[in-house]
Ligand binder design. Structure first.
Ligand code: ROI
Length: 169
């Protein structure tokens, strides 16, 4: 939604992923739902990628993307809204650690904030090890510095290639 004219928004990055029940459609719907949130404006969206599962191999490939937003929400308010969108998408965890899921929405970065709370850690703890997050993030923010971790491009170069393809724009 449009932001108030006097707003001083923060640029945040959200990781989207899923591997159950039409993940491409779910990610597109999630993008729309995030863009429609009050206090949030879309600022960029990567291609959609098919990625090899990290975690147990006996699950479908994932679809992943990264979205940039400008927001006047506080980090925990944004998290609440993202979790509501996950719940509306029938988010199920099938018990197994790192098992399949319908829709995952993770706050990857929130401006230059470093947040270490029980509910929310930013930069996202898995960010720098996950090809399926680093590559789409680099697509929409090539010059990014990750707070406390250095240049995104260096993490992309260092990240092992496990299998990632663009499937749609
Ligand atoms: N693996 C891939 N490829 N993509 C994900 O989004 C993803 N999300 C997860 C785990 C289970 C760690 N594996 C993933 O939460």
């Amino acid at each position: 939604m449009p932001l108030p004219p006097d707003a001083r928004p923060v640029r945040a990055y959200i990781g989207l992923g899923g591997n159950l029940d039409q993940p491409v459609d779910r990610i597109r719907l999630a993008r729309r739902a995030i863009s429609d949130l009050e206090g949030v404006r879309e600022a960029g969206f990567s291609s959609l990628y098919r990625s090899v599962p990290m975690g147990p191999a006996d699950q479908p490939d994932y679809v992943n993307a990264v979205m940039a937003v400008d927001t006047v929400l506080e980090p925990l308010s944004l998290l609440d809204q993202l979790q509501a969108i996950e719940a509306a998408n029938g988010r199920v965890r099938l018990g197994e650690r790192w098992g399949p899921r319908t829709l995952d929405l993770d706050i990857l970065l929130f401006g230059d904030a470093i947040i270490d709370m029980e509910r929310l850690r930013v930069p996202h703890p898995g960010l720098c090890e996950r090809e399926f997050v680093l590559v789409p993030l680099q697509e929409i923010a090539p010059g990014l510095e990750i707070p406390g971790r250095g240049w995104l491009r260096d993490w992309v170069s260092a990240c092992p290639r496990r299998g990632l393809d663009v499937i749609a724009m």
